[in-house]
Design a protein around this ligand. Structure first.
Ligand SMILES: *Cc1c(COP(=O)(O)O)cnc(C)c1O
Length: 403
């Protein structure tokens, strides 16, 4: 059972029928799923929801999967909200909350989007999926598609972290390293639709990954007692999560579970790849391709985003902003937070922390704000500083050095 009524072009509003596979709209823009929200509000209550245990699938009334047997699950959890007490104390900040998405299957929040995209592919009887990826999306797609018995072909830039490429292959994905960036990989996927017969699962080029990412917004609202934070810092690549959360808040307001107040949405990018920041600052609606994109925070190394205007609209409507952070600051923040709090952020998550500090310093946000930072993947998937210290057990141990 689903309450999805139709799909809608996010740019022109043109309607599309549900129940059949879709890519982009005729205008070449992302399609958004629309629901009979009145019926959703009657079918589910906050109290019933609170009794459910199955991770993001607990929000099934807000999702497009029709038949329960098509819901692919690998053991999703509600991701925890962690406070950063030492940082709060140092900065004199009211509340810094990290939503730790690294606890999801395959170690990143890409699990949310791909669980939905793969479940819908299963519902439509699609037997071959393809995507370009900087790593985490490919790993999630391979895992969920393998679970669903669907074949996957995956293309990554050749400098994608080895752990991601190997994870994809081990989880059944047919994965290739390509000497180019994610948009170059995306072109191969797009061109292969007819020649290889696969379905293109690129970010926002099919309508369901965003529905999965939307559950971050539903989950966050529920965890905070159906109140939203003052500010959300989101590491923005293709922007699915930011757009998805914005959509979640609108749907929750439509059924009367929250009011019209919204968090300031802050799109965080790396200085080496900041197309959204540039477009935000110059007042543009679209963000042209960023040349020679580079950052070691692979999840936000996205030089061009098909949903650029949706990211920019949400950021502006929220009273938020877009901010770029320096590469050295990202890793300095990761190392410092790990040592200080015992919380190992991924580089993209560390980018949100450093953006937060920067925005506090610039007076763009206040110390009294309740702030949520998204840690989108487990820090364990990324290279860490080497450790050089050794101890020779055959010699007397000098215990005075351990003080
Ligand atoms: C994909 C990814 C992002 C960017 O997410 P979008 O919603 O596509 O903008 C950020 N961080 C990590 C770790 C990712 O894997």
């Amino acid at each position: 059972m689903t309450f999805a009524t139709h799909l809608e072009c996010s740019y022109t509003g043109e309607r599309y029928e549900p129940g059949v596979p879709h890519g982009l709209s005729r205008a070449g823009k992302p399609l958004l799923v629309r629901y009979d929200l009145e019926a959703v509000g009657k079918a589910i209550s906050k109290e019933v929801l609170a009794t459910r245990t199955e991770g993001f699938w607990r929000y099934r009334e807000f999702l497009p999967v029709r038949h329960a047997e098509n819901r692919i699950s690998l053991g999703e959890v509600v991701t925890p909200l962690l406070r950063l007490p030492h940082a709060e104390k140092k900065l004199g900040a009211a509340e810094i909350i990290v939503k730790d998405e690294g606890r999801l299957p395959t170690g990143s929040f890409k699990a949310r989007g791909l669980a939905l995209a793969v479940s819908m592919a299963k519902e439509f009887g699609i037997d071959h999926l393809a995507m370009p990826t900087n790593g985490n999306a490919g790993a999630a797609m391979a895992a969920y598609a393998t679970c669903a018995g669907i074949k996957t072909t995956i293309f990554c830039p050749d400098d994608t972290p080895a752990v991601n490429v190997e994870e994809i292959a081990l989880q059944g994905g047919d994965v290739y390293r390509v000497n180019g960036l994610i948009n170059d990989c995306g072109k191969i996927v797009g061109d292969g639709k007819e020649k290889a017969g696969w379905f293109d699962v690129s970010t926002l080029k099919e309508p369901y990954r965003i529905e999965g990412k939307k559950t971050m917004g539903l989950e966050l609202a529920e965890q905070l007692g159906w109140a939203l934070p003052d500010t959300i810092f989101y590491p923005t690549g293709g922007g699915t999560g930011l757009i998805g959360m914005w959509k979640a808040f609108d749907e929750l307001e439509a059924i009367g579970w929250i009011d019209s107040r919204r968090p300031k949405m802050i799109a965080v990018q790396a200085a080496g790849c900041a197309p959204i920041v540039k477009a935000f600052e110059s007042g543009e609606e679209h963000a042209p391709l960023w040349e020679n994109a580079w950052t070691a925070a692979a999840g936000i190394r996205v030089p061009v985003a098909v949903g650029d205007f949706l990211i920019l609209r949400a950021v502006r409507a929220s009273g938020g902003f877009a901010v770029a952070v320096e590469e050295t600051d990202i890793f300095e923040a990761r190392d410092r937070i790990a040592r200080q709090e015992g919380v190992l952020l991924c580089p993209e998550g560390a980018a949100t922390y450093t953006a937060y500090e920067q925005s506090l310093k610039n007076g763009l946000i206040g110390k009294g704000d309740r702030v949520v930072l998204f840690n989108c993947a487990t820090g364990l998937k990324y290279p860490m500083p080497p450790v050089e210290k050794t101890l020779d057990r055959t010699k007397p141990v000098d215990y005075s050095v351990f003080g």
